[in-house]
Structure formats: C-alpha cells, structure tokens
Design a protein around this ligand. Sequence first.
Ligand SMILES: [Zn+2]
Length: 339
Amino acid sequence: MPEPVIQVRPEGLYVPAADLHIDPRRAVRRAIITHAHADHARAGHGRILASPTSRALLEHRLPGTPVSVLPWRTRHPFGKATISLHPAGHVLGSAQVRVEVDRETWVVSGDYKRQADPTCETFESVPCDTFITEATFALPVYRWPEPADVATDVLRWIRHNRDQGRSSLLLAYSLGKAQRVLAELHRHPEAQAVLGDPVVVHDAVAAINQLYRDAGIDLPPTRRIEDRPTGERRAPIVAIAPPAVDGSRWAKRLGVHDHAFVSGWMRIRGIRRRRAASRGFLLSDHADWPGLLRTIEESGARRVLVTHGRPDVLVRVLRERGVAAAPLEGPWEPAGEEG
Ligand SMILES: [Zn+2]
C-alpha cells in the first residue's frame, strides 16, 4: 500500500512527500499554519507558511518567526507534493490545505464555518479524495441561528441594561469573534440608535482590530476605556473584551454592568450561565452539524477522517451514508474559549 499523503505524528499532521507539518503542536522546521488561533499557531517553528491575510496576525502573535505567504488557490510544488491554500471562513486568513501527491488529493479543513461572516474570506469547497475535517460541534443539537437574529437579541439586551443604568460587557475571543460581533452589530438597522457612542474595546481586541482594518476589513470606529470623557464615566457603555477579562480590574472600570459570552458553547452552557445571573449569545466560528454534513458532501471525498471534538456520532452517520469515515487519532486539543 502506498504511504498516506498525510500522516499523524506525535507533533501533529505531517506531509511526508513535502517534508512539512500542518498546525503542529511542537516546534518543527517548516509548518503550514491554517490560522492564528493559539491552539493551531505554536511558537518555535523554523519557518511558517500561511495565507496572505494570516501573515500579519501570525507575526503579531509569534514575533520573530519568519512567515512566508502562499497566495490563495495557487499550487506550489513542495518535494513530490503540490500544495495550495483555500479560504476556510473561520477567521481572517483561515485556510484549508489541499495536498496532491501522485494525483491523489487530500484536504485538511483546519477550523471552518459555513455561515456568512463580513470579517473574513468565505469558505470555498475543495474537491478531494480524502477530507480531514474538524468536529468541534459535531452533534445534531448544534444548529446556529442567523447572525442577524443574534444581533437583534444582543441589541435588545444592551437596551435593557441601559434602561437599568448598567453597562454591557460582551465577552468574545479577541481574534475573530470580537471583530465579527462588532461588524454584525453595526450592520443591524438599529445599531446606531442602540449603541450610540463607539463601542469600548479591550486592548487585546483593539490590537487585532487594527490588523483587520489594515487588511481592508471594514470595522466601525471603537475606543479604549481611557478615552471616555470624564463627565461620562458613570453613563452606561457597551464594551467587548476577551473572556479572561471577566471580573478583572479592567471590567470593574465599567462600573455596574452585566456580562454575556458570545460563543457556540452557549448551546450547552446556557443553563449554567443563566443560573449565574448572566447570559450568552450563540455565535460560533465553527461549522454546525448541518454545515459539517454539507461540507463533507460537497467535498466529494470517498474517505473522511475526523479530528478534534466529538468524532463518534459524525463517523457513524457518515458510515450509514456509505462514506468511509474514521476518527483520526492524534494529539488534538479540545477547542478552548475559541468557540
Ligand atoms: Zn480556530
């Protein structure tokens, strides 16, 4: 039997024909990094290959590591392999990796989603023989609502808080989710009436916002908490910060406030959160159950290997549909707050 085009090694996915890794968890000589989230982009690699829009984000998060750009959809020879990157729709710059060796094609999805997102490239379906898919939300219970409806709920919550004299703190992962929340709120017809002044963002979010703007992504103006006029320091405001900021000194500067998480995990964590007198909004940067099935079908793959999260149910359903599916055992880590 010929060697698999992509192998699982202790350090992560490896392409023998090209002698390079994809999103390895340990430092390697040469790695393709699908996107700049910490569980995919590790420090210490000799050289990183990434999409054009990932480059600045990776240089920000991994200073000192050289990043070479692979232009979208362009096929590059690496040893006996031909490799290209294709948008994954997860966050700005997120890529799927297409690897072709001896006319056999494999695609590694990386993290991906199928919902429209005004802050990143749209997912593109890439035909292949073997598709390696993520499975962060691979259960039928995961079905995302329309982002516009989520924005309506968020604005209603903000208005309610303001009526009670409280500020509103949205807790969202600083790379991707925070920018998407900003953009989705501001494209809502009631945004101006409800939000009023520019949204306050934590410095971690502000830094990523700037990189998004530099890449040509249209984000509304934001401000830092220090920028509030002295006379308005007691007036309710709207703020976006990473989840780790909850309860911190920074959050205390908002004064009396209510907080809410923005994540796909709200689907299961909602009950617990509500009991803690706060709430969450369901907006995920991963594919939901219908999105996973649709993507696998569109790939035309005769074999599907499932990484991350919950492979069992997805593998069983695919096998019932006649697809050769299997969990891909490896050193994967569960998605953290980046849902
Ligand atoms: Zn990610």
